[in-house]
Ligand binder design. Structure first.
Ligand code: SF4
Length: 168
């Protein structure tokens, strides 16, 4: 599990994550190969995972847009928190493909990050995360799962990762 920067209490108060404007939004969590199998082994309905190895969102019963199939809307909690995908552990940080470079970025739509981005703790965490992602094991994992390196827009670049050969 990746060490978290945003405290749980801040996440539970916010209604931003795990909700999407479009059913095929780039923001829906993309799964690693091993995560697809782990979820299927836990008897999670196969329909929750689409052909792009992403969690298939469901229509929001209380309003517009879509929700992650694993979001408990009332409590704002993840039903598979201990099994939540790598991308969900990483968020509001994202691995972004930009001009053929793989860059650690952050989403300033997260209110906690918006407040913290100029603080020393934020800089230290971003350095920890870049070092973690640049480890041999994590770089191999990323190379085995190029589907999770996506082109997100409106995010802030932090640190380029030492990715040997960026996916096209
Ligand atoms: S798996 Fe959990 S943390 Fe990830 S988007 Fe769905 S509800 Fe949110």
């Amino acid at each position: 599990m990746i060490k978290q920067f945003v405290p749980e209490v801040a996440c539970l108060k916010c209604q931003g994550c795990c909700r999407f404007k479009e059913i095929d939004s780039v923001w829906t969590p993309c799964l690693l190969e091993e995560e697809v199998q782990d979820l299927l082994d836990k008897d999670i309905p196969a329909a929750y995972i689409n052909m792009q190895r992403k969690i298939q969102p469901v229509p929001n019963p209380k309003g517009e847009g879509f929700l992650c199939a694993f979001l408990e809307n009332q409590s704002n909690k993840c039903k598979i928190y201990n099994l939540r995908p790598f991308e969900c552990q990483l968020y509001p940080f994202l691995i972004n493909l930009r001009n053929k470079k793989v860059v650690l970025t952050v989403d300033l739509n997260c209110p906690y990050i918006k407040e913290a981005i100029n603080k020393k703790e934020f800089k230290e965490y971003a350095e920890y995360l870049a070092a973690y992602l640049n480890s041999k094991e994590q770089l191999e994992m990323l190379m085995d799962n190029p589907q999770i390196i996506q082109a997100y827009e409106d995010v802030t670049d932090l640190i380029e990762l030492k990715f040997p050969d960026a996916p096209k």
